[in-house]
Design a protein around this ligand. Structure first.
Ligand code: SAM
Length: 245
């Protein structure tokens, strides 16, 4: 998979893309991530990328010409061009999965007051928001999308850390995790996790995943993909039964 990130501030990406899992995925050739400087696609001696908004009002707007020229040069038959945009569809694990199946993403980072509307209407395939708040630019959202997508690519996480157990994978949150020591400041790890009984541990984990989802994000249960056993457990939770500790 290739990901091109188009930005006016390439320096913002150096650290996050080089470290840890994203850095290793690139070093192993599992993904190619390029940061493209939008200014290189602007015409004229001053390489101007933004201008005042028609009709007045404060701030600056990214001009369409450099964005169209840049995307035209990068785009191939399997490319998907995505504008990072607070007005876009809200990013979720489902969208991350959908994007991770693609060959080539081109992520466009807006700045200032945003991009000329003709970019949204005639250049991009999709617009994605990472939440209902406004950031100064699309760079952090592009990193969020890149991180969420790349970790889903085959081979990027080891088998042990495979994403299948993560929160949102089946519409539920993941249950609690513990590591050593067995006792910390008087708080003990649940006994079942030390039992070595894998069937019991698996049952406990399923119960805990339902419990934390019910406690923290009950809205997810309305659309979660639950087995008959899980539906029964939810019914019991609704009636006030606590899961096994
Ligand atoms: N004036 C725009 C509006 O009210 O919709 C906001 C522009 S914002 C200050 C500048 C750029 O940051 C946007 O073009 C977009 O690329 C990015 N951005 C800001 N918040 C974002 C969010 N929640 N999700 C995705 N991108 C965002």
């Amino acid at each position: 998979m290739k990901i091109d990130i188009v930005t006016l501030f390439p320096g913002l990406f150096a650290g996050p893309l080089q470290e840890s899992i994203l850095g290793r995925a690139q070093a192993r050739g599992l993904v190619e991530i390029r940061v493209v400087n939008l200014r290189d696609w602007a015409e004229g001696r001053h390489r101007v990328t933004d201008d005042y908004p028609f009709g007045g009002g404060g701030g600056m707007v990214l001009k369409p010409e450099p964005l169209f020229a840049c995307v035209q040069a990068l785009r191939g038959p399997n490319s998907r061009v995505i504008l990072l945009d607070p007005q876009g569809r809200r990013f979720t694990q489902e969208i991350a999965k959908e994007l991770s199946r693609g060959d080539h993403l081109i992520l466009l980072c807006g700045r200032y007051e945003g991009v000329d509307e003709r970019v949204r209407q005639h250049l991009v395939d999709d617009a994605i928001s990472i939440g209902d708040y406004v950031l100064t630019g699309g760079e952090l959202p592009a990193l969020v999308v890149t991180d969420a997508v790349v970790r889903l690519r085959p081979g990027v996480l080891g088998d042990e850390a495979a994403p299948g157990k993560d929160s949102f994978e089946r519409g539920l949150l993941e249950g609690p995790q513990y590591t050593r020591p067995e006792e910390f400041r008087g708080w003990r790890v649940p006994e079942v996790l030390l039992s070595g009984d894998h069937a019991r541990i698996a049952r406990w984990r399923r119960g805990q995943a339902l419990w934390v989802t019910w406690q923290r994000r009950p809205d997810l249960l309305e659309t979660a993909d639950l087995s008959p056993e899980e539906q029964k457990l939810i019914e019991e939770l609704r009636q006030g039964t606590q899961p096994d500790a």
